[in-house]
Design a protein around this ligand. Structure first.
Ligand code: NAD
Ligand code: UDP
Length: 311
């Protein structure tokens, strides 16, 4: 039985990952400060004899005997990571140093949840891992983007300097059950608005694009990456099916048979114009490809939110 630490384990992705790792027979330590995570996401897991919850902030040191670490702790939604930007960058930078020290001490493998945001507003499309990105270092998204870029740097420097076993995954927009109704990201916002019959808030003209990956596909990619020896990455994980935000809104309205209307709000600054992963590397090295079509993924997510919110 492996001892596995999942930081941010009470969050959206972390809670699915904890479940998957428990189902595979591991001992799972879920570490979280509950900034955006919720106890409801892990309520069922807490009954499992091999699940341990540690309420802790990764900006502070943490040591335990451990085989693998998935470092997911960090607010991921723009309104949440911009709420306390200094804390966000501390979480990425101090947090990864603390996890690298932990990995070093016990010879563990450390996987960092990096992000497509490290490509900024990309000038290369689709984005390949070899692209260095186009990031504003002083804007409102920088606390997240630059924090994640610095975490990647620290991962590679620890590897070169101390031989730490590290793995970097660049996650593209992922959605599914266990997102918080007030998360603020586009899929959860649109579904909650459509279920309530509220206006659908499109930022800008809605022609910007994103590529949406369903949670089960993403978790499969994370586990494959962790268990593929001699491959540090970085590797992109995401669904390459690209669509405009306006199209996403129409699809959600159609699936819910909602009467909601589209309203247009100002585009937040530095909002990337387009985003789509090149996943050739993940296909080659991890034999990974997303399997869940957006219609099916959205239907599952809509069912989850129907039970979650009071309309
Ligand atoms: P989330 O906000 O649902 O989960 C983040 C979790 O980290 C929460 O449980 C939160 O309470 C916890 N956390 C935040 N700061 C912490 C700290 N200082 N110490 C301990 N715990 C802390 O977000 P998510 O979508 O599940 O994202 C998980 C990870 O994946 C993040 O690192 C995020 O940057 C990365 N990521 C996610 C996406 C996506 O589309 N979901 C895309 C790219 C990268
Ligand atoms: N967006 C939107 N309405 C919303 C929330 C987001 O139009 O209610 C837009 C946002 O401006 C961005 C895209 O949807 O262009 C994806 O936003 P999200 O916050 O989900 O992720 P990110 O910008 O980090 O990719």
């Amino acid at each position: 039985m492996k001892r596995i630490l999942v930081t941010g384990g009470a969050g959206f992705i972390g809670s699915h990952l904890c479940k998957r790792l428990l189902d595979e027979g591991n001992y799972v330590i879920c570490l979280d400060n509950f900034f955006t995570g919720s106890i409801e996401n892990i309520e069922k897991l807490q009954k499992h004899p091999h699940f341990e919850l540690v309420e802790h902030d990764i900006t502070e040191e943490y040591f335990t005997v451990i085989d693998q670490i998935y470092n997911l702790a960090c607010p991921a939604s723009p309104p949440h990571y911009q709420y306390n930007p200094v804390k966000t960058i501390r979480t990425s930078v101090m947090g990864i140093i603390n996890m690298l020290e932990l990995a070093n001490k016990y010879g563990a493998t450390l996987l960092q949840a990096s992000t497509s945001e490290i490509y900024g507003d990309p000038l290369v499309h689709p984005q390949t891992e070899s692209y260095w990105g186009n990031v504003n270092p002083i804007g409102v998204r920088s606390c997240y983007d630059e924090g994640k870029r610095c975490a990647e740097t620290l991962m590679m420097d620890y590897r070169r300097q101390f031989g730490t076993d590290v793995k970097i995954v660049r996650i593209f927009n992922t959605y599914g059950p266990n997102m918080h109704p007030n998360d603020g990201r586009v899929v959860s916002n649109f579904i909650v608005q459509a279920l309530r019959g509220d206006d659908i808030t499109i930022y800008g003209n809605g022609n910007q694009t994103r590529s949406f990956c369903y949670i089960s596909d993403l978790v499969e990619g994370l586990v494959r990456m962790m268990n593929t020896p001699n491959f540090t990455g970085p590797v992109n994980l995401g669904n390459p099916e690209e669509r405009t935000i306006k199209d996403l809104a129409s699809l959600i309205i159609e699936l819910i048979h909602s009467k909601s209307k589209l309203v247009f709000k100002p585009l937040p600054s530095d909002d990337p114009v387009k985003r789509k992963p090149d996943i050739t590397l993940a296909g080659d090295k991890l034999k990974w490809n997303p399997a869940i079509d957006i219609q099916d993924g959205l239907k599952e997510t809509i069912e989850y939110f129907k039970n979650k919110i009071t309309v």
